[in-house]
Design a protein around this ligand. Structure first.
Ligand code: AMP
Length: 183
């Protein structure tokens, strides 16, 4: 896709995201990002554009959120010359963890990160596939923040604008998403 402009590439990527009505429950428009990984051409275009923002930021660790943050997270880490750190649901990480609890639509949930996975000298890029209400990423942000890292960037492939997930975060947090959709 070398011959295309960035705008054309983004439009192509946006068209590649698949809308699945009523999944996993009636009333939800599920944004299926898997077609973005399906061919070398789309995957490398997505990777290049995602990385543009972070090339000169000195990122030392990419933190990916289970489970769809585990697809582009390690690819971005490799390309940026950084390490990769998983944030997982409780009971999955085998060593000592920090934990953060957050509210879901029904009840609460928890996420965990290994205590020794980040240090104060790290510049961290936290990645997930999609920003909806923002609850998951805000918990991840707070978890990483507790570890006193040097700087935190937040990144998504796509954002459901109408849910205003961004408003959960303090104004000075650098949050970027490649594509924005209304629901
Ligand atoms: P939230 O905490 O509300 O921002 O939800 C974010 C997480 O839920 C992401 O990891 C997404 O993978 C998933 N998610 C939420 N809403 C959707 C949707 N409409 N389509 C696809 N994935 C979604």
């Amino acid at each position: 896709m070398e011959q295309f402009t960035k705008e054309q590439k983004l439009a192509f990527l946006k068209n590649t995201v698949r809308n699945i009505p009523d999944f996993p429950i009636p009333g939800i428009q599920f944004k299926d990002v898997t077609p973005l990984f399906n061919t070398k051409e789309v995957l490398s275009t997505l990777t290049d554009i995602l990385l543009e923002e972070y090339k000169n930021k000195g990122v030392t660790k990419v933190v990916g959120i289970e489970s769809r943050g585990f697809i582009m997270g390690p690819i971005m880490a490799l390309e940026l010359g950084a390490g990769f750190v998983p944030i997982r649901k409780p009971g999955k990480l085998p060593s000592e963890v920090f934990e953060e609890e957050y509210k879901k639509e029904y009840g609460t949930d928890k996420i965990q990160i290994h205590k020794d996975s980040l240090s104060e000298s790290d510049v961290v890029l936290i990645h997930d596939d999609l920003l909806a209400t923002g609850g998951t990423m805000f918990a991840a942000y707070n978890l990483v923040k507790k570890m006193n890292v040097k700087k935190i960037y937040v990144n998504f492939i796509l954002e459901l604008e109408e849910l205003q997930g961004r408003t959960l975060f303090p104004n000075d947090v650098d949050i970027k998403s490649l594509m924005r959709f209304s629901i």
